[in-house]
Write a protein that binds this ligand. Structure first.
Ligand code: RNT
Ligand code: ZN
Length: 409
C-alpha cells in the first residue's frame, strides 16, 4: 500500500482507529420494523417498509439469530439499537407498549453480553392505537400526550437500567411521527405542546443515558407539516444541555448535505448522534451504499477529530432483499466510508484550502479516489478476522436456504 504512504497516510494506524469505532446497528432491519407487540400493527406515521422478501424474523429468537449471523460478517465494534416495541414479553403476558419495563429487555442484555456489543434504545411512538389524529407528544388530547410522555419516561428508565447492567452509556433517541397531511391552521400550538412534553420527559437526569431528539422534514401521509422539525429540535437541544440533536440523513430536503450539518453542529455540541440511511427521493430508508454522501459524512467525522463525539447509528429497512445481507452490506459500507475517510491526508488538504490553493485541493481529492482502497479494506477484514468482500454472501444465502422454509407460517 505504497500509494497511501506516498501521500503521507499510515494505513496501519487507520485500520487500528477503524476497529475502535462502534457502529450502532438497528435491530429493525431484521423484521421490517414490526416489533413484538400488537402482532405487527401497521407502521404508519410516515415510515414504510416496502417489499415482501421471504423469511423475516418473527420472534426474539429469530431476530437475534439473524442479527448474530449478520454480525459475524461485520468487522469491528458493534452495538444493537433497540426500539421499545421489541420488548420480550413472557409466555401468557399480554404485550403492552404502555407497560414496558427493564425486565422485558433482559433477554436483549444477555444477548448483548454474549455478542460483546453495546445497546442503544428508542421509545416507540408509532404503529400503535394511542397515536391520535397523527399526533403523540404534541396531541391536544391530555390522555394521549400523557400516555406517550409516560412511555418515553419508561423508555429512558429502561435505557438507564440497560446502561447500568452493561456498565456503558446508552443512547436513547426520541423520534415521533407527529404531523399533518394537509396545511394546518396553527403550526405553533403543537410545537409548544411538544416542548412541554419534552420538558416532562427529560425532567429527571438518569445515569448512563445520553438523550437525543430526531428531527424530520416530512413523512409519507404527513407532507404538509412536521411538528418535530429540524429548527425545533436543534433549538430545543441547544437550550437543554443534556439533550442532543440526532441527524438522520434521510430527513432533509434532497439537495441538503448532512455532512455539512455535522461540521456546523460540532461547533456547539460535544456529542452528535447520527442515523445513516439512504434516502432515494425521500426518507425511503434504503440500504446505505459506499457513495459520496456517506463518504462525505464520514470525512466530517474523521477530519474534525470527532470520532468520539459522533455516535454513529444506522437506520434502514429494505424488505425487498435478504435482510441479513442488507444489514451486512449496509454496515460494511459505512465502515468502508470511515476507512476511506481515515485514509485521506487531511492536514495536507486543509493546508491547501487555507493557503487558497484550490487547484491542488481538487487534484488531490480526485487522485485519492483511484488509490488501491479495495486492498486496504481487504487487509482490514483480514486483520479483524472477518470475511472479505466476495466471501460472505454465499454463507448468508445458505443460512437463508435453511431458515426460510421454517418461517413460512
Ligand atoms: C423515522 C425515523 C426513525 C425511525 C426508527 C424506526 O423517519 O428515521 O428513526 O426510522 O426509529
Ligand atoms: Zn432515523
Amino acid at each position: 500500500m505504497k500509494a497511501y504512504k506516498n501521500i503521507g497516510v499510515n494505513v496501519n494506524a487507520a485500520m487500528g482507529t477503524l476497529a475502535q469505532i462502534p457502529i450502532s446497528i438497528h435491530c429493525w432491519q431484521g423484521d421490517d420494523v414490526t416489533g413484538f407487540d400488537y402482532g405487527g400493527a401497521a407502521l404508519g406515521g410516515g415510515i414504510q417498509a416496502t417489499g415482501n422478501y421471504p423469511g423475516k424474523a418473527r420472534t426474539f429468537e429469530e431476530l437475534t439469530a439473524d442479527f448474530a449471523m449478520a454480525c459475524s460478517f461485520i468487522p469491528g465494534r458493534k452495538r444493537i439499537n433497540l426500539h421499545a416495541s421489541y420488548a420480550v414479553f413472557e409466555e401468557g403476558e399480554i404485550p403492552d407498549r404502555g407497560a414496558v419495563e427493564y425486565r422485558h429487555f433482559k433477554p436483549w442484555v444477555t444477548f448483548a453480553r454474549e455478542q460483546g456489543i453495546g445497546i442503544d434504545f428508542n421509545p416507540t411512538c408509532f404503529g400503535h392505537e394511542k397515536v391520535k389524529d397523527g399526533l403523540t407528544l404534541s396531541s391536544p388530547d391530555e390522555a394521549t400526550h400523557r400516555f406517550w410522555i409516560d412511555h418515553c419516561i419508561r423508555s429512558r428508565k429502561i435505557a438507564s437500567e440497560i446502561g447500568e447492567a452493561l456498565n456503558d452509556d446508552v443512547l436513547c433517541n426520541l423520534w415521533i411521527p407527529d404531523g399533518y397531511k394537509n396545511i394546518p391552521a396553527d403550526r405553533m400550538s403543537p410545537r409548544l405542546r411538544l416542548k412541554d412534553s419534552l420538558d416532562a420527559i427529560f425532567a429527571e437526569p438518569l445515569p448512563r443515558v445520553i438523550d437525543c431528539v430526531e428531527s424530520k422534514v416530512f413523512g409519507i401521509g404527513l407532507e404538509s407539516y412536521t411538528v418535530g422539525s429540524n429548527e425545533f429540535y436543534i433549538s430545543y437541544a441547544a437550550q437543554k444541555p443534556s439533550v442532543y440533536p440526532l441527524l438522520d440523513n434521510g430527513h432533509f430536503h434532497p439537495t441538503e448535505g448532512t455532512a455539512d450539518k455535522i461540521a456546523a453542529l460540532l461547533c456547539f455540541f460535544d456529542k452528535l448522534p447520527l442515523h445513516i440511511t439512504r434516502p432515494v427521493r425521500w426518507d425511503s430508508d434504503h440500504v446505505p451504499l459506499f457513495d459520496d454522501e456517506v463518504r462525505e459524512m464520514c470525512m466530517e467525522i474523521v477530519r474534525n477529530g470527532a470520532i468520539d463525539k459522533v455516535l454513529i447509528g444506522l437506520d434502514f429497512f429494505d424488505a425487498s432483499v435478504n435482510r441479513v445481507a442488507a444489514w451486512v452490506v449496509g454496515t460494511r459500507n459505512v465502515q468502508k466510508a470511515l476507512l476511506y475517510a481515515l485514509l485521506m491526508p487531511h492536514d495536507r488538504l486543509r493546508e491547501a484550502q487555507e493557503a487558497g490553493d484550490f487547484t491542488a485541493l481538487m487534484v488531490l481529492i480526485e487522485e485519492i479516489k483511484t488509490l488501491p482502497f479495495g486492498e486496504a479494506w481487504a487487509a482490514y477484514c483480514d486483520r479483524q478476522g472477518t470475511a472479505r468482500d466476495g466471501e460472505w454472501l454465499a454463507k448468508v444465502k445458505s443460512y437463508e436456504a435453511a431458515i426460510i422454509p421454517q418461517r413460512r407460517s
